[in-house]
Write a protein that binds this ligand. Structure first.
Ligand code: HEC
Ligand code: HEC
Length: 285
């Protein structure tokens, strides 16, 4: 019995380590990084309202302990200002970690949603990098993420999809830029890079979010089957206030504090896109 358990623990340890240490051979891509005031403003908007980088890396981008659980482990979004990790990253390496989830040393970044960010255009990823380079340096050092036995078991058995680099199609080409208007195409872009599809599912049908604990609320059905009962103004109000038309609260697992900062044009495009997708039953993602 002891030997068996020891064997299983050894397997879990080795399997979770091999996932953490896997090398991804993704070549660097060069993207222009303009640092005029328009690019900086766009970059700031993308790190808050759209990409929501600040939700994990904290408002000053100086890093945050996201989870500290005795069974699962510690998840730390590191300091990404020039007083932290940013200092050692080149711009091309930043493009790779944001869009491909591959760190400087070639290993996959832990739980950062690059499966959403892979769709960022060159212009937008460049604006994010310009903005990161411009924010005041923060010197906080919170250390690195660490898996504890239950977390290791979930990673080893693929129940916790911890390394987006393993799922991304690294050969896919990103557009040079996207037109920022109230079009369906821009709505689809925002639904991807803004993580609507990441949490609500590729088909937006909603259901439990992969990797979240069982007690976390499932993402809602955003297809016409789920939202045809709401007007455009009501969907927008939910995304801005965190309240449904009947006054009930939308849990903070829905990042409405950030979607609240989307521009009216972005709201129109996104809601138009949600109305255009095929209806799906709740829970089918
Ligand atoms: C869901 C939480 C989350 C969000 C949202 C997020 N990150 Fe991260 N990010 C992380 C974690 C966790 C790591 C550490 C990964 C590791 O140690 O393997 C990380 C690592 C990084 C790194 C590499 C630092 C290093 O340790 O080498 C950069 C750069 C970065 N993130 C930038 C961004 C940007 C830019 C955005 C928004 C477009 C963003 N992140 C959004 C969680 C997040
Ligand atoms: C980090 C995960 C996450 C992201 C990213 C996210 N959502 Fe959500 N969303 C949720 C969860 C979870 C709920 C359900 C909350 C609850 O039950 O209280 C929700 C609920 C909603 C609701 C309320 C629907 C209803 O009928 O109650 C709307 C509208 C919504 N999301 C729209 C969006 C849109 C549009 C995007 C992209 C811009 C988005 N969400 C991005 C997790 C997310």
């Amino acid at each position: 019995m002891v030997v068996l358990l020891g064997g299983a623990a050894g397997y879990v340890y080795a399997a979770s380590n091999s996932k953490a240490n896997q090398q991804y051979d993704v070549p660097l891509e060069h993207v222009a990084v303009a640092s005029d005031s328009a690019a900086l403003a766009r970059g700031r908007h993308l790190t808050t309202a759209i990409g929501k980088c600040v939700e994990c890396h904290s408002d000053d981008l100086g890093g945050k302990v996201m989870i500290d659980d005795p069974a699962l482990g510690v998840a730390i979004a590191p300091n990404i200002t020039s007083g932290g990790r940013l200092a050692s990253y080149s711009n091309d390496e930043l493009v790779r970690v944001i869009r491909h989830g591959v760190k400087r040393d070639g290993r996959g970044a832990f739980i950062m949603p690059s499966d959403d960010y892979q769709y960022f255009s060159d212009a937008d990823v460049g604006a994010i990098i310009a903005y990161l380079r411009s924010v005041p340096a923060v010197t906080r050092d919170l250390g690195i993420s660490m898996l504890r036995p239950v977390g290791r078991t979930l990673v080893a058995t693929n129940q916790l999809p911890a390394y987006p680099a393993a799922r991304i199609d690294h050969a896919r080409k990103s557009p040079a830029m996207v037109q920022e208007d109230s079009s369906l195409a821009y709505g689809e872009y925002l639904a991807n890079v803004g993580g609507c599809t990441g949490c609500h599912g590729p088909g937006l049908g909603g259901g439990p979010i992969p990797g979240m604990p069982p007690q976390a609320p499932p993402a809602a059905n955003l297809t016409p089957t789920g939202i045809s009962k709401y007007s455009d103004a009501q969907v927008e109000a939910m995304m801005r206030t965190g309240k449904r038309p009947d006054g009930s609260e939308i849990k903070p697992d829905m990042p409405w504090r950030f979607t609240a900062m989307m521009t009216p044009t972005e709201m129109r495009a996104t809601i138009m896109y949600l109305r255009s997708v095929p209806g799906k039953e709740f829970g089918t993602r």
